[in-house]
Design a protein around this ligand. Structure first.
Ligand SMILES: Cc1cc2nc3c(=O)[nH]c(=O)nc-3n(C[C@H](O)[C@H](O)[C@H](O)COP(=O)(O)OP(=O)(O)OC[C@H]3O[C@@H](n4cnc5c(N)ncnc54)[C@H](O)[C@@H]3O)c2cc1C
Length: 302
């Protein structure tokens, strides 16, 4: 699938061709990315964006925790901002300024060290800060829209600028901003707290997940959004499809809105199981479930 004649610019980072996306997604499925680009730093990313052929398809990958990549893979270039230049986090003028590639899990140490409260919820959400902004990630009563002050963005032409939170079009588990924007940095609002309070909150939230959500298994969090006035898991249970299986894909016994891959499922099997659930829930309850997991790449429907 890889086309090494894409005429991509010379960069200081790394290109990888035909890179299996299953290695970068929590669901552990997905065919190859035609090209994966690991920029060395922001300047390197900017050079790439400025010099790439205009018709190059670009997809920005975060932690891969909210993605179903289809079996035939992804055309174009998948950008992965990882490494120290994309993972810094500093207290700056009363805000916590995090690079987009930073893992949410790594926030915990920063919060404890600086006695920063109000961001504990983010420490338990898999993925990166950039992905959390894009999906307006949230849990335990807080979401990114509550804590984001502003973000630094690079557009498709390589221009870098800062926009305020209200320009991101935050909504329930989504945002609405131009599709060529790459989030580079996020300034988060916080409140002063104590080590004990922060640790207690993190521990309680961790325990809640251990008790109520599948652990140590290939999943991507909530599969469907909660429709207005309903809970997706209740609709799935009520419709009698919580036990459905397609190949190696099934809904979790612990939380039937979490899909599980037993290690053998293909993306097509996962998608097919979810489609069956959507149809049945619609037929039995009249409510149409909407995917929370983002599906990308070539396969089932194309
Ligand atoms: C076990 C488990 C539990 C979960 N619990 C929760 C939960 O409680 N609450 C919740 O909201 N979610 C939850 N999720 C889902 C997921 O963790 C979040 O949606 C997360 O914020 C996705 O971030 P990511 O970096 O993995 O993004 P990815 O999955 O890699 O990408 C998601 C989207 O973000 C875009 N994106 C990523 N980085 C950037 C960037 N720098 N600039 C522009 N766009 C970008 C991608 O292009 C893609 O469109 C859970 C997932 C798992 C596996």
């Amino acid at each position: 699938m890889a086309n090494k004649n894409l005429h991509l610019p010379a960069i200081r980072g790394q290109y990888k061709y035909n890179e299996p996306m299953k290695n970068y997604t929590w669901l552990n499925v997905g065919g190859p990315a035609e090209v994966m680009f690991f920029p060395q730093d922001i300047k390197d990313l900017q050079k790439f964006m400025r010099e790439k052929p205009q018709d190059t398809d670009v997809f920005v990958l975060g932690g891969g925790s909210n993605l179903l990549v289809r079996d035939q893979g992804i055309h174009g270039v998948v950008i992965k901002m990882s490494g120290p230049e994309f993972s810094r986090c500093v207290v700056e003028d009363g805000f916590l300024c995090c690079d987009a590639g930073m893992k949410n899990f790594n926030l915990k140490d920063v919060l404890l060290k600086n006695q920063i409260g109000g961001l504990e919820f983010l420490c338990s959400i898999p993925g990166s800060i950039g992905g959390a902004v894009k999906g307006n990630a949230g849990c335990f009563g807080s979401s990114m829209s509550d804590v984001t002050d502003r973000v630094s963005v690079m557009d498709g032409a390589g221009n870098i600028f800062t926009v305020s939170s209200d320009q991101l079009g935050f909504d329930y588990r989504q945002s609405h901003f131009p599709s060529d924007w790459i989030i580079l940095k996020v300034w988060l609002k916080y409140e002063k707290s104590t080590v004990a309070d922060i640790q207690n909150k993190i521990d309680a939230q961790r325990q809640y997940r251990l008790d109520h959500q599948p652990q140590g298994i290939r999943t991507a969090g909530s599969t469907f959004k909660n429709p207005q006035g309903f809970r997706a898991w209740e609709l799935i249970q009520k419709s009698g499809v919580a036990q459905l299986k397609v190949g190696g894909a099934k809904m979790s016994d612990k939380h039937c809105n979490f899909i599980e891959n037993d290690g053998t499922a293909s993306a097509a099997e996962i998608e097919s199981l979810c489609d069956q659930i959507i149809w049945t829930v619609k037929e039995k309850t009249g409510v149409c479930l909407e995917w929370e997991i983002q599906r990308i790449g070539e396969g089932k429907d194309n």
